[in-house]
Design a protein around this ligand. Structure first.
Ligand code: C2E
Ligand code: MG
Ligand code: MG
Ligand code: MG
Length: 289
């Protein structure tokens, strides 16, 4: 039984503990059995369309309920999984679970799943996706893959071939964490993205006086619009950030100002309610200092 819920009240195992190589190795061992021990789960964070206030999709976020250490953040265990060669197995599980859950939601709600560079480079990804869609009955255009710039660092011909294959299957593609890495415009030219996700680190300072980030966000929005792509601003926590992001023309927003990640059932209850629209959290989310 998990000691946690989907609202983000997690007892996060901190990255400091990873200083010890021994502890890292122990975690790696535990991670090997995490799936068969039923310790992994997905939570879903709503993505809200700015002009309508409606939930148009959710992002699937992986959680690991460790029996002794509590809930461990994917920021900690995904890199370990990458190193240990476990990320493919975890990623396949996430794709299948997300499709199965999403098939129970109203049909206008998409599910976005994070795909690590290793999983992207592994030739089995299309087969897994086709199988996950067939098993769940989820239409391909309700599945979005979130991909980071890391996928462009490998074999260019192979990644272009993978993009073409994924487009043929009909899934949507989002470029995640935009603004943090190299953010080469070449990526946008060569890969058929449907959406750019503007990273939260980038948005965070945008409301500060004299910040140049507003100008840059406006330019990203103009670029995305010219290329026919949506934009999502990630990690919006405060009402002033929300107001600014809306003013800059970003099409979608994801962040605690609307909702933390929810369990599949919590999400379904929210959607079944007919409350497609959600309001920002209000005064409790006002910046206090
Ligand atoms: P990401 O894909 O950029 O996901 C967004 C992260 O921002 C999530 O962290 C989410 O909980 C957090 N977030 C959302 N709103 C707010 C906010 O208002 N304020 C703040 N401070 N944070 C917010 P999370 O769940 O800890 O995931 C961290 C990263 O782990 C993800 O970043 C993603 O790169 C990776 N990850 C998560 N699930 C998976 C997965 O299933 N597969 C793979 N390969 N990676 C995953
Ligand atoms: Mg993501
Ligand atoms: Mg992101
Ligand atoms: Mg991020």
């Amino acid at each position: 039984g998990a000691k946690t819920d989907g609202r983000g009240r997690y007892r996060f195992f901190s990255t400091e503990l990873l200083a010890s190589a021994e502890e890292k190795r122990a975690l790696e061992e535990d991670l090997r059995d995490a799936l068969i021990r039923d310790q992994m789960r997905l939570v879903y964070q709503p993505i809200v369309q700015c002009h309508s206030g409606r939930i148009t999709g959710v992002e699937a976020l992986m959680r690991w309920d460790h029996p002794d250490k509590g809930s461990i953040s994917p920021a900690v265990f995904i890199p370990i999984a990458e190193e240990a060669g476990l990320v493919g197995r975890l990623g396949d599980w996430a794709l299948r679970q997300a499709c199965e859950d999403a098939a129970k939601w109203p049909e206008h709600v998409r599910v976005a799943v994070n795909v690590s560079p290793t999983q992207f480079g592994d030739g089995t990804l299309p087969t897994t996706i086709v199988s996950a869609l067939a098993t769940s009955g989820l239409p391909a255009d309700r599945l979005e893959l979130e991909i980071t710039e890391g996928v462009f660092l490998g074999d260019t011909a192979a990644s272009e071939h993978m993009f073409a294959t994924l487009k043929k299957i009909g899934v949507r593609l989002a470029l995640d964490d935009f603004g943090t890495g190299y953010s080469s415009l070449g990526y946008l030219r060569s890969a058929p993205f449907d959406k750019i996700k503007i990273d939260q680190t980038f948005v965070r300072e945008a409301t500060l006086p004299g910040s140049r980030n507003s100008a840059i966000i406006a330019a990203i929005v103009a670029l995305a619009e010219a290329l026919g792509m949506d934009t999502t601003a990630e990690g919006i926590e405060y009402l002033d950030q929300l107001a600014l992001i809306r003013r800059l023309g970003v099409s979608h927003v994801q962040g605690w100002v609307y909702s933390k990640a929810l369990t599949s059932d919590e999400l379904r209850a929210r959607l079944d309610d007919g409350r497609w629209a959600i309001e920002p959290s209000g005064p409790s989310m006002q910046r206090s200092a």
